[in-house]
Design a protein around this ligand. Structure first.
Ligand code: ASP
Length: 318
């Protein structure tokens, strides 16, 4: 009898932790990344949620919902209960989307509560490594005289990569066939595996390593100055494509009508997270610049969003 009881106790001791952990509540806060896993927004979100969760004292997890240039995941946050438990990580595309997506199912300014800016990320114009063009001049020649039209991949209407593709096509004076994906991670996979994508404009969070290893070639960066992380890559203006200047700023949003005290708490945790050495290091490795404390506020994000909605609606009208 006694050995049986001891065996029973041993079995229970072995399975109990699994039972207890399976019964634990769902993570407390969900951060929606409106693009597929492994892409630029996800790469930023992963170290961010770790630091943000520490600062907030809550469990935070990332949920990737790709599609519609970011609008599918964004819509999910718009519809979530406004208790500050479901948040959105959106980039400059949130401001450009009204001009780029005629069927946008929400108003980026009216349907969300801004929490604060998170980080800025530069973009890079990249190509398949076997494309026989190694700089912007050769790229232009190939676009003029090549037997087939070069195709550009992006993450759908209203995404940062779409915005950048539009600026590129305009600066180059050429329309390019486009192939859309639910995030640049899958567009990149298609480009690397002969999925008929020749070019992409994508963020350093997702391209730095591939450029450094030679997996893809880089024609230029979208910033005013060259990047310390890629000193040999010219700016696109230097390379002959002025007008393709774009910094991908990222903001944190809650659904409309989230209580002000909760927004203030989230915003304070955001500012604290941006001081976290682990996050600072991770952002540096991705070529990202953390937002300054003054910008990690609802007021600053609201102003940035309003200014950019206006800017892109004017700039993209033609
Ligand atoms: N940031 C998006 C992604 O994670 C793409 C984009 O906005 O261009 O795929």
């Amino acid at each position: 009898m006694v050995p049986f009881v001891m065996r029973l106790v041993a079995v229970l001791a072995a399975i109990l932790p699994a039972v207890v952990s399976a019964a634990q509540p769902e993570p407390k806060l969900t951060l929606v990344v409106p693009f597929v896993a492994g892409g630029p927004t996800d790469k930023l979100a992963q170290p961010f949620v770790a630091a943000f969760g520490r600062a907030l004292g809550e469990r935070v997890s990332v949920k990737n919902i790709g599609g519609g240039g970011g609008s599918v995941g964004t819509r999910e946050v718009q519809r979530a209960r406004p208790d500050g438990k479901v948040l959105l990580l959106a980039n400059v595309g949130h401001a450009a989307a009204p001009a780029l997506n005629a069927k946008l199912p929400y108003d980026p300014q009216k349907d969300f509560e801004p929490v604060g800016l998170i980080a800025d990320v530069p973009m890079t114009l990249i190509a398949r490594r076997d494309l026989r063009a190694h700089n912007v001049a050769e790229l232009r020649t190939q676009m003029e005289t090549g037997r087939r039209k070069l195709a550009i991949g992006h993450a759908g209407e209203g995404s940062a990569s779409h915005l950048c593709s539009v600026l590129f096509a305009r600066a180059a004076g050429k329309d390019l066939p486009t192939l859309t994906h639910p995030g640049t991670a899958s567009a990149m996979n298609a480009m690397l595996s002969d999925g008929h994508i020749d070019l992409m404009c994508d963020q350093t969070t997702h391209t730095l390593e591939r450029i450094r290893s030679g997996e893809v070639q880089a024609f230029g960066v979208t910033t005013v100055e060259r990047l310390a992380a890629l000193p040999d890559v010219p700016t696109l203006a230097e390379a002959g494509l002025p007008g393709v200047q774009l910094v991908v700023w990222h903001g944190l949003y809650a659904p409309k009508s989230t209580p002000p005290e909760r927004i203030e708490r989230l915003s304070a945790a955001l500012r604290q997270a941006l001081q976290d050495p682990a996050l600072i290091d991770a952002l540096k490795d991705l070529g990202a610049t953390p937002a300054k404390a003054d910008d990690a506020t609802p007021k600053a994000l609201r102003a940035r969003l309003a200014a950019d909605v206006e800017r892109w609606s004017k700039a993209l009208k033609q």
